[in-house]
Write a protein that binds this ligand. Structure first.
Ligand code: PLP
Length: 422
């Protein structure tokens, strides 16, 4: 019996089945873009732990920073006894996020927690209740963020009732709606104005490129039009850059591509080389509007996670990971487009999706999508699926992946896509 099979038997008896896993193998260690399981099996990683290990597994700077910090102190709670690394992370986020205006930041543990806090800040600043979200959105699994998330199964099914004052409006989805950014924004704004009322809106919350919903990149002009509407309406424009941030899309943040300057940005995932850390960064006048003690949490901005973040940010700068993401994305999209698949190959930087449909239609093909993902897993390539219709393969390799591994992974994926063509 393999070591993974033995571990799986223990897992089934010990771990709640509500927590799923993509592969049945258990990890021994990981380096760069390679994951090794407890039976010595090797996996090429096109998942990065869901867009987290952008600097690669076991980044030497991250390891050194974590080791140095853990022997100094693991925790004091920043709200009890503060420390320099928290301040340094905030300084860097203030400088890196879109917009040159004065900013402040606050640190948390998870993406959902960052989103919750961004909504808290927006409601506090505006004194208004309503939060506008979009079709296909994903913002997390806590009660408020479940309400903000679009998809029922698996995220919301039988977990209600959900937090109130959340309103969903149409997303720009060029492959399916054929609208340009201006028309798609007008459609969304019309729903907001008629069904919610501009004066009731605290925040417009959007992923600049949607993640779990299917790697949906809105048409050019959509985000600037919404940001402009929010500004004119006295609402905050919040960009959820939890999946898109930190070089993934070929810029430091996805909003950079169109020069959109959000009032608040939520961040997590790629921020700290695999350590749990999240943040909200935004305009100083909004962030500082909240009374002392109104924001925080026991572990938020943990010193080991902050040390890891400072190291990961250094690696992103030194290795120019925005450029690496653009290069990786170019290789992925050009080779996948050459296959002439029914559907769409799309991507910004190294956030690449293959949306599969039935030939000659736009009818989603989740069956083929799952078959391709399973075939890749059998061949040692870690890939994920996503999308409201479950018909999107999403590719998120570490941005430090070598050309050889990228080529090997792509070859496996191409083989699986060809084998499932009918
Ligand atoms: C993953 C994700 C979240 C939730 O982050 P957690 O750390 O899992 O709570 C929120 N928003 C987006 C866009 C995400 O991709």
């Amino acid at each position: 019996m393999s070591e993974s099979t033995k571990l799986h038997e223990r897992r089934v008896r010990a771990v709640a089945q509500g927590v799923g896993s993509v592969i049945g193998s258990y990890v021994s260690h990981a380096r760069g873009a390679t994951v090794v399981d407890v039976d010595g099996g090797e996996w090429i990683d096109f998942a990065s732990g869901i867009a987290v290990t952008s600097v690669g597994h076991a980044d030497p700077r991250v390891i050194e920073a974590v080791q140095a910090q853990i022997v100094r102190f693991a925790h004091t709670c920043f709200m009890v006894a503060p420390y320099e690394s928290y301040v340094a992370v905030c300084e860097q986020l203030n400088a890196l996020t879109p917009g040159t205006f004065d900013k402040r930041s606050a640190l948390f543990n998870s993406g959902a927690e960052a989103v919750e806090n961004a909504v808290k800040i927006a409601r506090h600043v505006t004194g208004r209740p309503a939060v506008i979200v979009f079709d296909h959105a994903y913002h997390g699994r806590t009660n408020l963020t479940m309400a903000l998330t679009a998809k029922a199964m698996p995220y919301k099914h039988r977990f209600g009732p959900f937090a109130p004052e959340v309103y969903r409006v149409p997303m720009s989805y060029p492959f399916r709606d054929g609208l340009d950014g201006t028309a798609a924004a007008a459609r969304a704004i019309d729903v907001i104005a008629k069904q919610v009322g501009a004066d009731n809106v605290a925040a417009v919350l959007i992923e600049p490129v949607q993640g779990e919903g299917g790697f949906i990149e809105p048409a050019p002009g959509f985000l600037p039009a919404l940001a402009e509407w929010a500004r004119a309406s006295g609402a905050l424009f919040i960009a959820d850059e939890i999946q898109t941030g930190f070089c993934r899309t070929g810029d430091w943040f996805a909003c950079d591509a169109e020069g959109v300057e959000p009032d608040l940005v939520t961040m997590a995932k790629g921020i700290a080389g695999g350590m749990p850390l999240a943040a909200v960064t935004g305009r100083a006048e909004y962030m500082d509007a909240v009374h002392p003690g109104g924001l925080g949490g026991t572990y938020g901005g943990n010193p080991v996670a902050c040390a890891a973040a400072l190291a990961a940010l250094e690696t992103m700068r030194v290795l120019d990971l925005p450029a690496a993401a653009r290069r990786i994305g170019g290789v992925l999209t050009s080779r996948l487009r050459a296959l002439g698949l029914p559907g769409e190959v799309r991507g910004r930087g190294a956030m690449v999706a293959v949306e599969l449909v039935l030939p000659g239609s736009v009818v989603p093909d989740p069956g083929r999508t799952q078959a391709v993902a399973r075939a890749c897993l059998r061949e040692g390539l870690l890939v994920l699926t996503c999308g409201t219709y479950g018909n999107v393969l999403r590719l998120l390799p570490p941005l430090v992946i070598s050309d050889e591994l990228l080529d090997q992974g792509l070859t496996i994926l191409e083989g699986a896509l060809r084998a499932t063509a009918d």
